[in-house]
Write a protein that binds this ligand. Structure first.
Ligand SMILES: [Zn+2]
Length: 266
């Protein structure tokens, strides 16, 4: 009905980077990479999550080497062969009603030479019930010791004890003593969150997030480039005011741009 609104949605869709799914201005592909992971990672994603920009299920295959996403539709039952990896030592399905995290037997793991497979349910807990019913006989249900506050600032429900699918993977890695893998993947996760906040115009939140994030030190060039784009960012935020005066480096904001020598503090 409102032509302008519909067009802007289409426009937004057309201007997203195909890879990182962010608007080109906030594209993080220069820093985004698939990191090696000591686990086989599979995501069972509810169909309703698939197109949500806030889903972290879609982020996982981009930054976790070898990870796969399977779409869950209630009307299409899954076959174990679609998900269970023959090369894995065991399948764990993460769920709050599972058993406590089993301890590691490093000698046995080394002897088998196989990696553990983890299945993450990317859904609301209400949806996850039906998903779990389909897959729970294929593996071991395991509960994670998740505590603290989520760093997933893109979804409103990040209160105590509410974590994103990606953070469940980070908890699991940490709990298994895989601190280095967890650290590298956390960088990719927080970069995605930070750029997401920027792309939504949530400037103050983005700044506060960055101040507490290892991303600032890990990706200094990209963060600096984002900072250079701030004039546009602010002009965009003040939509309705004149934008021609403040845009002192509009051109620098668009292209890949060289690693210039200018420094602008955030
Ligand atoms: Zn991109």
């Amino acid at each position: 009905m409102h032509e302008g609104m519909a067009r802007s949605v289409v426009l937004q869709g057309a201007h997203r980077c195909e890879r990182c799914e962010l608007p080109p201005r906030w594209c993080i592909c220069a820093a985004q990479r698939a990191e090696a992971c000591p686990l086989h990672v599979d995501v069972l994603q509810h169909a309703l999550e698939a197109h949500r920009p806030s889903s972290t299920g879609n982020l996982i295959p981009r930054v976790v080497e070898g990870a796969r996403v399977h779409l869950y539709r209630r009307e299409r039952p899954l076959a174990p062969s679609e998900i269970v990896r023959a090369e894995a030592s065991e399948l764990w399905i993460l769920h709050p009603h599972g058993e406590p995290l089993p301890g590691r037997d490093l000698a046995a793991e080394a002897a088998s030479g196989r990696k553990l497979q983890v299945l993450l349910l990317d859904a609301s807990w209400a949806q996850a019930g039906g998903m779990l019913a389909q897959v729970q006989s294929w593996g071991r249900r395991v509960r994670l010791p998740m505590a603290g506050k989520s760093r997933y600032a893109l979804r409103a429900q990040n209160g105590d004890g509410r974590f994103s699918t990606f953070e469940a993977l980070l908890f699991l890695l940490d709990a298994r003593g895989e601190a280095e893998a967890a650290r590298r993947l956390r960088l990719q996760f927080e970069l995605h969150v930070y750029a997401g906040l920027c792309s939504r115009g949530r400037k103050l939140e983005a700044e506060a997030y960055l101040a507490e994030s290892p991303v600032r030190e890990a990706f200094p060039e990209l963060i600096l480039e984002f900072a250079r784009k701030r004039p546009n960012f602010e002009a965009f935020e003040r939509a309705g005011t004149k934008s021609s005066n403040g845009g002192r480096s509009d051109a620098a904001g668009d292209g890949a741009g060289g690693p210039g020598s200018r420094r602008e503090q955030t």
